[in-house]
Design a protein around this ligand. Structure first.
Ligand code: NAD
Length: 505
């Protein structure tokens, strides 16, 4: 995003450092678009090295106090934050719709799923309980505790500007860390609203900060010696680069990448249920979900009726601005992104795919907002760009497979492994799929199997770089390090020199 000449006339989105909004000093700004109208609505400050360093220095000081605060104090702040998010659900949703473009109902869902993660983190005293072994040796006890890492950073994508930060910062802060958020520059405002809620909840200044910006801010966070861990969610090439750079600097990293989620439909599946699920999961949020279904793998003779059932349902999808009554699908996030999505449809016929429903012809695609009509491609195959790439728009491809084994091979050979789903009435087939498939999150007759907050979220293969998944129990592990203490309180009169290696007695 380039600096704009009209910058002065637009609302400014700032950083949040030291417990208050801070204007950008780097002189670099980006444009925040209104996806529903195609107009500029704000500028967002792009942090330079100095602004990131200021945030990290403040976070480091705040960390010293916060890590020493009692578990009950931390829990109290988290409960207050939870209540404030709950009380402001609609306002947060409106901010999401205004900058991302998703419908208000979808935005409310995003807030609800984010809130789940805060509620999980409210149980931090239970989550941080260690282990204790009395009398591991004579008069010796051994115990394990978990301690926070220090200053940790989260770099988040445009498609869930409230939920993905909540995946990270609830656990990070509950565990006693200071957290710096670098949100997407495409929809940055909600991060400041959440910062205000943390402030109102009584979180000490500096424990939560926001640095807005682009690669410059990210690069500085990756190299700053006082940033101990990086959580990243975004596209695969950036996730991989971030993982490699930050681990080489000795940081702990979890970097979640892109996806190509296949929905396998067996011949015995309930046709209507499978078609409803495919349409909901492919076109919800205009396909801008990392767990969206982008490929339906139709096995055997279900393919023709399934394609027809999906086509019929697409005709009924109501497209419009996210805040308009009755809208089911909003615009894409930017003009560039809309054009990129369109290019996949432009290329599909030459690659051998059949366009069953052409989103380019939808009247909404001609509006000044960044709308693109739902598109259905049939006879898609590996090797086509529309299959190989993550399109991240309302474009669903159907691959026809003769057998379950062919379908399974297709999914397992795909470089991504975020989510998948099987639709069948056969419990044994579903169980076999769950056993066989090389994907991190699996739905059985559930098209978008985003784990509930007390499990953890993460894909396999090119969808996640790192060892631990995000949020839930893995999140607590990620944001803490374990310390094991071996202790004895002997009678000093029994003390003697013993050069042997300590053994249990
Ligand atoms: P993106 O990779 O373009 O951006 C993600 C973040 O990285 C943003 O904060 C952005 O400012 C920053 N960034 C962009 N370019 C950078 C660079 N060269 N160096 C350093 N930082 C950079 O992703 P996006 O377009 O915002 O989000 C969509 C992508 O995120 C899709 O690929 C989607 O699948 C993925 N995603 C994955 C998950 C998951 O859980 N696996 C969840 C949501 C989104």
């Amino acid at each position: 995003m380039a600096a704009s000449e009209t910058a002065v006339e637009l609302r400014k989105v700032n950083h949040w450092i030291g417990g208050e909004p801070v204007e950008g000093t780097s002189g670099r700004y980006g444009i925040v678009w209104d996806p529903a109208t195609g107009e500029e609505q704000a500028t967002v400050a792009f942090a330079g090295v100095a602004e990131v360093d200021l945030a990290v220095a403040g976070a480091k000081v705040a960390f010293a106090e916060w890590r020493a605060s009692t578990l009950s104090r931390r829990t109290e702040v988290l409960f207050r934050f939870r209540d404030l998010v709950d009380a402001n659900r609609k306002q947060i949703a409106r901010l999401l719709t205004a900058e991302h473009g998703k419908t208000l109902a979808d935005a409310m869902g995003e807030v609800a799923r984010g809130l789940e993660n805060i509620e999980f983190a409210c149980g931090v005293p239970q989550l941080l309980k260690g282990g204790y072994s009395e009398q591991a040796s004579r008069g010796i006890d051994v115990y394990q505790i978990r301690q926070p890492l220090g200053v940790v950073a989260g770099i988040t994508p445009f498609n869930f500007p409230a939920m993905v930060p909540m995946w990270m910062f609830g656990n990070a802060i509950a565990c006693g860390n200071a957290f710096i958020l670098k949100p997407s520059e495409k929809d940055p405002s909600v991060s400041l609203f959440l910062a205000e809620l943390w402030h109102k909840a009584g979180l000490p200044a500096g424990v939560f900060s926001v640095v807005q910006g682009d690669r410059v801010a990210v690069d500085r966070l990756l190299e700053h010696p006082d940033v101990k861990a990086i959580s990243f969610v975004g596209s695969t090439p950036i996730a991989k680069a971030i993982y490699e750079t930050a681990t080489a600097k000795g940081k702990r990293v979890q970097a979640l990448g892109g996806a190509k989620n296949h929905m396998l439909v067996l011949p015995d599946a309930d046709l209507n249920m499978a078609a409803d699920a495919a349409v909901s999961a492919a076109y919800g949020s205009a396909g801008e979900r990392c767990m969206a279904i982008s490929v339906v793998v139709a096995v055997g003779n279900i393919a023709d009726p399934l394609v027809e059932a999906i086509r019929e349902r697409i005709a009924n999808i109501k497209i419009g601005p996210g805040d308009a009554e009755g809208s089911e699908m909003g615009p894409l996030v930017t003009r560039d992104h809309r054009n990129r999505v369109r290019s996949y449809v432009d290329n599909a016929p030459a690659e051998g795919a059949a366009i069953v429903v052409d989103g380019r012809d939808h009247p909404a695609s001609r509006e000044s907002g960044f709308f693109f009509g739902p598109t259905l491609l049939d006879r898609v195959r590996p090797g086509m760009r529309c299959y190989d790439d993550e399109i991240f728009g309302p474009v669903l491809g159907v691959v026809r497979a003769e057998t379950y084994a062919d379908a399974l091979r297709l999914i397992n050979e795909n470089p991504y492994g975020n989510g998948t789903a099987i639709f069948t009435r056969d419990g044994g087939a579903a169980r076999q799929f769950q056993f066989d498939v090389e994907v991190g999150m699996v739905g059985v007759n559930v098209p978008i199997p985003v784990p509930i907050a007390y499990y953890s979220f993460g894909g396999w293969k090119a969808s996640l770089f790192g060892d631990l998944h995000m949020y839930g129990p893995d999140g607590v592990q990620f944001y803490t390090r374990s310390k094991v203490i071996t202790s004895r309180w002997p009678d000093p009169s029994t003390s003697r020199v013993d050069l042997g290696f300590p053994q249990t007695r």
